[in-house]
Design a protein around this ligand. Sequence first.
Ligand SMILES: *Cc1c(COP(=O)(O)O)cnc(C)c1O
Length: 401
Amino acid sequence: MSAPEDGHDMRDETRLASAGRRPEWTGPIVNTPVHRASTILFEDCAALRRGAARNADGDFHYGRRGTPTQWSLAEALTALEPGAAGTMLYPSGVAAIACALLSVLKSGDELLMVDSVYGPTRGFCDQVLAQMGIATRYYDPLIGAGIAALIGERTRAVFLESPGSLTFEVQDVPAIVDAAKARGLVTLLDNTWATPLFFPAIAAGIDLAILACTKYVVGHSDAMLGSVTATPAVYPGLRRTTQLFGQHVSPDDAFLASRGLRTLAVRLKAHEAGALAVARWLAARPEVARVLHPALPACPGHDAWARDFRGASGLFGFVLDGGGEAARAALIDGLAHFGIGYSWGGFESLALPVDPAGLRTATRWQAEGPVVRLHIGLEHPDDLIADLDRGLARYRAVRDA
Ligand SMILES: *Cc1c(COP(=O)(O)O)cnc(C)c1O
């Protein structure tokens, strides 16, 4: 998956098996145990003072600063991003995004935000940041080096999400990072779709790499968690902001995420293969106008994906050829192997009706028909394809009635 390069002394699969398993944290146990704690007891006053003065990651201090259970997960996530200084954990992906933004922005600043961003990220900018006097300017996901023209006196940071939520445009990350660096801006990337295995963000020049660990890291749809991995330049500010906000992750959830992380590489390969099989099948169907999958040439930004990414995960969309809400619902409602619900990244397949048009302000979303987003789980793709085949027949019957 990743070549041993850029100071990488082992491949990702090997790193996933060992990262974060310090003997002083695990003892003789393979997985880091769940340590529950609020109060941490010190030997004497001097020991308590020494710890506070050192103020180091991985030191016992107080439950809010975590225990080996959370430290082990954070260290493993840092190890997946060559060049990173550290990782902070959050109770959800949205909490991670909010804290990352607040760690680099202050009143009077302007933020450049990709127009295809995850809806709740847009909500945070338009409601919380706006109220704090931080302006958000949305930009076309395909802007590339053209971002330079949007950078003004007050611009402080650029936020990227690639591919975009719901519509899957792949951004030209190197071009945007170059333009941002030339003007001294901080870059943040929501890397939830690719994870560091398919796109090592810090090595690509991103300052703050964000994951909704709820998705592929946890991987089993049973816990919520977020993370931000940062370069040495911005990590101290991220850590300070996170601590001031009192952010904390339960040891049980951190344990589940660590456990999920061990199998991330094999799961991603299976999600990738299944999703490609389903996406290619859909692309050949007359009922489907377009498939929005970064690894297929029809996807906007596909060339950037082919150049920059090491793989494609299991989430993509497709545009139906005409029809309305009822025809789309006829397709989705009768599916046997796809659940209907938010989130993704678990072992199970999901189908979701999505309507991107209302989530745009800098660009316009136009399509030939309604959009369906699929997460392809670990089921056999033949069964998923047969299920979708029956679904498209139901869609056709309603559309053409
Ligand atoms: C789900 C998601 C988030 C938010 O994660 P939560 O853990 O649900 O808060 C952020 N970004 C992207 C791209 C997501 O898909």
